[in-house]
Design a protein around this ligand. Sequence first.
Ligand code: FAD
Ligand code: NAD
Length: 400
Amino acid sequence: MSRPKIAILGAGYGGIMTAARLQKEMGTNEVEVTLVNKHDYHYQTTWLHEPAAGTMHHDKTRIMINDVIDTNKIKFVKDTVVEVKPDEKRVILSKGELVYDYLVLALGFEPATFGIKGLKENAFSIRSVNSVRKIREHIEYQFASYNNESERRDDLLTIIVGGAGFTGIEFVGELAERVPELCKEFDIPRDRVKIINVEASPTVLPGFDEELVEYAMNLLERKGVEFRTNTMIKEVTEDGVILGEDEEVKSATVVWTGGVQGNSIVANSGFETNRGRVPVRKDQRTPDYDNVFVVGDCALLINEEINRPYPPTAQVAIQAAGTVSKNLLSLVRGNELESFTPDIKGTVASLGKGEAIGKVGNKKLYGSTASAMKKIIDNRYLFMLGGPGLVWKKGKLKLF
Ligand code: FAD
Ligand code: NAD
């Protein structure tokens, strides 16, 4: 008798943790599991602001899939998902197709552009290893060009970061570390360089603890970051950005960190979505398909205490993977499915080397303590995925 086929699409936090859990929990010859991912590596999305600024090599964020998944137990297919046909239980890949009995959609996020003119064409985004390598190299090229231009071009040294949510703040924190190094390397006075973080809301990190926000802003301003709050990016052009009142700021580097949505493959495959995210049932299945689960940033989960969606985070994706792997096996075994409720431990955001802010439970963390906590969180994930060996190989071992 053929074994039930489980296909997991995407090896980000949600997908790879679902695969790792299944690998441990499934019986011998009980199910046939296939993991599909664009690359043969998993990457740490939560670290991408660092290689984007050039403060970390991008290879540090990469983990080879066959280092953490036993490919004798879980079949790995390196390919790009093009479309899912849920009524036919088929997945169209760029180089073939896959049939399944049970499916896990774990294709992650993409930048939300909100229809802003020129954004897609002219702005960079912090999305993948390839996208951040491009940002780092682009910035280096602008610095390298500056002293070779016949006239002074300040736009080459003006970096606009659009959106001051956690991604924007973490990125400007790294840029503030990197810019002095670049200035030294390319013979450029530091005061010629501008890092401008534009935020539509009245404050950066809207909704986060006010005291911690103030700490972050003061620290980053001291390091040369300029904040433009209450200011909307209306358009991105080849020359820079157009802000709220039609003010033009010339810049050769615009990085968009203004928000995310679920991978558009999900909506394009006909699943019900809200900003690209599937409003999942309590057991993480889609509203319409009993054999399709969604995990990570493609899933929309409502926090019933405040009647608002949980923010899409790695923390939630990792936890949800535990429920999804259990529920997949329960479906196969004919058992009851369990409900998922995220257990939010807190939020910690880095602000460059040795600096961070965070709230863990009711406790506020600042400076080096928060920074060490962030590294502990990162190392804990590596431990869950690949044990002490992976922490040793890829972890952030210097806490202070
Ligand atoms: P992803 O991590 O986006 O992974 C999706 C996977 O699917 C990738 O491997 C991708 O290559 C693959 N894929 C995509 N499309 C295809 C396709 N068509 N075919 C095949 N494969 C495909 N959250 C936190 O909890 N804590 C943090 O500190 C934190 N920091 C962050 C810092 C930054 C700079 C950013 C950008 C985000 C941060 N987040 C953080 C949010 C967190 O990274 C996301 O919520 C998380 O990555 C979502 O996990 P996921 O598994 O849904 O998707
Ligand atoms: P976000 O949606 O949280 O923040 C985007 C910001 O851009 C918002 O403050 C918004 O007001 C602003 N914005 C939107 N349109 C704009 C415009 N036209 N002009 C100027 N500003 C504009 O997105 P994000 O920061 O990419 O975060 C995505 C998810 O990842 C969130 O759930 C976040 O919590 C998570 N994340 C967590 C961490 C962490 O825990 N350390 C780090 C990064 C991201």
